[in-house]
Ligand binder design. Structure first.
Ligand SMILES: Nc1nc2c(ncn2[C@@H]2O[C@H](COP(=O)(O)OP(=O)(O)OP(=O)(O)O)[C@@H](O)[C@H]2O)c(=O)[nH]1
Ligand SMILES: C[S@@+](CC[C@H](N)C(=O)[O-])C[C@H]1O[C@@H](n2cnc3c(N)ncnc32)[C@H](O)[C@@H]1O
Ligand code: SF4
Ligand code: SF4
Length: 389
């Protein structure tokens, strides 16, 4: 029998993600702290006083999640759907994408079974992505069941924020502990041009709702494209002055159908220069080796600013990420074209050990780094909307 939802939520409130004193979500702090010093059972200073972290221990990282370069893969990104309520030019090809028929997509139970297999093998962080994860009808149940997997410390989501604000209180109750919201422009007309849909105000509302609910930091993902939004970099940085947000400028990456061109890429060095010239007291923060972002604080700002430099300064040496796609394919590198189905063997009735063998073999084939942006641009991959970032 499935456990009663309200019981699980009560347990989570008192034991894992929330400061019982005032309901503040502390799990981002716990997660960051645990990544940095590797311990959970110690005192952490938080905005709601000092809290004893008693989150369950992570499972040891098994050999199947260790690649031939010794990288431990403790972070699984799960794409929940290939559908989206936006049509961002850098992600969704103008002609749309072929959608996998529904029966061929992973069901809730299949997602949970596979996720459990990864978590029991050492994964401690799951990020839900898509397409747009919030449009999946069973999103709350997915969050609830995943957040209760024994050994999982962080359940995160990357979303476009269009329908997030109303759903967020419930998603938080269901264990969603970290939130990244994508927003590429502060100008509504440009938003409509870039996403081929309306909705700027709704995204802003979702960012505010996330701050109000205590997500800290709320990460705001901004893909920078020359001639489109590179003139807004300082306006985005300005948002961090009074808000506990982490604005992350992302280098534009090539995927099938997104008409990538090196001239549209604004390199990290150029973006850093723009920020450094306008804002005094820009200081690099020590990043964890598995971080995708190069992080900075600015004197007097509540929030922080980061750069995701996949193209000009990749961070593959510290890679700890694996990907499960909505159609059940397993992908060991964002830019690696090879994929292996986990859904087919799962549906043919294999046991967990056989699935682990397939996963382990794919992880062992993972390359040391991506091939470089010009080669990536020429190599067939999927459209980004199928992969989920
Ligand atoms: N090259 C590369 N880019 C990545 C990887 N993971 C995420 N990104 C890119 O980073 C950008 C932000 O992605 P998010 O979905 O917010 O995830 P994240 O950066 O891993 O977020 P955190 O878990 O908060 O570190 C997107 O453009 C992703 O495609 C990765 O493993 N390799
Ligand atoms: C594919 S989206 C899926 C999740 C959700 N729909 C969203 O937009 O946040 C995940 C992240 O990938 C980023 N992204 C998509 N296409 C990209 C590209 N070509 N280069 C860099 N980042 C990209 C998006 O901005 C978003 O932050
Ligand atoms: S970036 Fe996200 S919101 Fe935009 S089209 Fe891709 S999946 Fe949809
Ligand atoms: S490009 Fe591949 S190897 Fe490099 S960080 Fe991303 S997923 Fe990892």
């Amino acid at each position: 029998m499935r456990p009663c939802i309200s019981k699980i939520v009560r347990w989570r409130h008192s034991h894992r993600n929330f400061c019982s004193a005032n309901g503040t979500n502390i799990s981002p702090i716990l997660h960051k702290s645990s990544q940095i010093d590797g311990t959970m059972s110690k005192m952490y200073a938080t905005s709601c006083d000092t809290v004893l972290a008693d989150a369950p221990k992570a499972n040891p990282v098994s050999d199947i999640l260790t690649d031939s370069f010794g990288r431990l893969h403790t972070y699984l990104r799960i794409s929940l759907t290939e559908r989206c309520n936006l049509r961002c030019m850098y992600c969704m090809p103008a002609e749309g994408v072929d959608l996998t028929p529904n029966p061929q997509l992973l069901s809730l139970n299949e997602i949970v079974r596979l996720a459990n297999l990864f978590v029991s093998s050492g994964v401690t962080k799951i990020r839900l992505t898509g397409g747009e994860p919030t449009i999946r009808r069973d999103i709350e149940e997915i969050c609830l069941q995943l957040s209760n997997l024994s050994g999982l410390k962080t359940l995160a989501m990357t979303t476009n924020g269009i329908v997030l604000a109303n759903k967020l209180p419930r998603l938080r109750e269901c264990g969603l502990s970290l939130l990244n919201i994508s927003l590429d422009t502060l100008v509504p007309a440009k938003f409509e041009f870039m996403t081929r849909r309306k909705g700027h105000e709704r995204v802003m509302k979702s960012i505010d709702a996330a701050i109000q609910l205590g997500y800290n930091p709320v990460k705001v993902n901004c893909v920078v494209m020359r001639g489109f939004n590179d003139d807004e970099i300082c306006d985005f940085v300005e948002l961090t002055r009074e808000r506990p947000i982490n604005v992350r400028f992302i280098e534009f990456m090539p995927f099938d159908g997104n008409v990538w061109n090196v001239k549209k890429l604004v390199p990290y060095s150029e973006m850093l220069d723009i920020v450094g010239k306008k804002f005094t007291g820009l200081q690099r923060i020590q990043d964890h080796p598995t971080e995708t972002a190069k992080n900075f604080r600015i004197d007097g700002h509540q929030g922080t600013v980061s750069f995701i430099t996949s193209m000009t300064e990749h961070f593959c040496a510290g890679c700890n990420r694996l990907r499960l796609l909505a159609d059940g394919n397993f992908k060991v590198c964002l830019f690696g074209p090879s994929e292996v189905s986990l859904k087919d063997p799962l549906r043919s009735g294999v046991d967990d050990n056989e699935l682990k063998e397939i996963i382990g073999a794919a992880v062992k084939r993972k390359k040391a780094a991506h091939a470089g942006m010009l080669d990536i641009a020429k190599t067939p991959n999927r459209p980004m909307i199928h992969i989920g970032g």
